[in-house]
Design a protein around this ligand. Structure first.
Ligand code: CP
Length: 289
């Protein structure tokens, strides 16, 4: 049974194996690894990309998908997270895809006997997002060693940043962070945004995670856009061949301007497309190990 909670649990060969399989799916490989399986998609936090691309991946592997809406579930009658998950296991789900706002929610689920694939836990980990980011980077640059990336924005509350910093450092990339002081984090190499613009191979933009802020934000959206927003003129200062990534959802006019979203440096929609293939690889792995 191959759970997926955090990329820190995987060796580099294991990460590469998933990426290779995802590439094979992109190139047209077929698999019915999840034929006759039922996968429950349990999102206790909002999602578009992760939930729907996991569902698409499951369908392409032959699985059926059970969906769940916390707002219309028995959680409204006091049922706990644990009891909700156990219910989906007990009614016959063969695997569970779970997103929850609590960091390391999966530690509450150690007794669950079917594979759990994380769709993100609080500010902790977002393993499949990071895998699709890596797939996109490898397609662009052919590898990872020595590439310079700056993750810009709300580092403090971002599970995407936390997951990527760990795995990208292990893969030999030079990982920097930038953004407003209120979102900086110890141990994440900080670089001024103006310097990052001109020196990085990859700029990965983040949205501000308003839902995780405990107080009010010190920086207004206008100030954020003025100081850190990626505009066409700022794009013009990037290195030849440098690319822009964003896990999405993105806030147009805040961290990224309209014209940049689908501009020549942007790989944002490619990332979204790659999400289906890495999730196919992860689901196949869950049923084959
Ligand atoms: N990138 C990402 O996790 O998007 P969703 O919140 O829409 O799943």
């Amino acid at each position: 049974m191959a759970n997926l909670f955090s990329l820190a649990d995987l060796s580099i060969p294991e990460v590469n194996k998933i990426l290779n399989r995802a590439e094979a799916f992109l190139d047209g490989a077929q698999s019915r690894a999840a034929e006759d399986k039922v996968i429950a998609s349990l999102f206790f936090e909002p999602s578009t990309r992760t939930q729907q691309s996991f569902s698409m991946a499951a369908c392409r592997l032959g699985a059926k998908v059970l969906t769940f809406n916390a707002d219309s579930s028995s959680m409204q009658k006091g049922e706990t997270f644990y009891d909700t998950v156990r219910t989906f296991e007990e009614i016959g789900s063969d695997a569970l895809i779970i997103r929850h706002k609590e960091n390391a929610y999966y530690k509450k689920l150690t007794g669950v006997k079917v594979p759990i694939l994380s769709g993100g836990d609080g500010t902790g980990n977002h393993p499949t997002q990071s895998l699709l980011d890596l797939m996109t980077i490898r397609q662009e640059f052919g590898g990872f060693e020595g590439l310079r990336i700056c993750i810009v924005g709300d580092i403090l509350h971002s599970r995407v940043a936390h997951t990527n910093i760990e795995i990208m450092r292990r893969l030999g990339m030079d990982v920097y962070t930038s953004g407003p002081e209120e979102f900086r984090e110890e141990g994440c190499d900080f670089i001024e945004f103006s310097k990052a613009l001109e020196t990085m191979d990859i700029l990965m933009l983040l949205r501000i995670q308003h839902e995780r802020l405990t107080g009010s934000m010190q920086t207004t959206a206008e100030e954020y856009n003025r100081d850190f927003g990626l505009s066409l003129s700022r794009c013009g200062r990037m290195k030849d061949g440098a690319i822009i990534m964003h896990p999405a959802p993105f806030n147009r006019g805040v961290e990224i301007d309209d014209e940049v979203v689908e501009g020549p440096r942007s790989r944002i929609f490619k990332q979204i497309r790659n999400g289906v293939f890495v999730r196919m690889a992860v689901i196949e792995r869950a049923f084959s190990e």
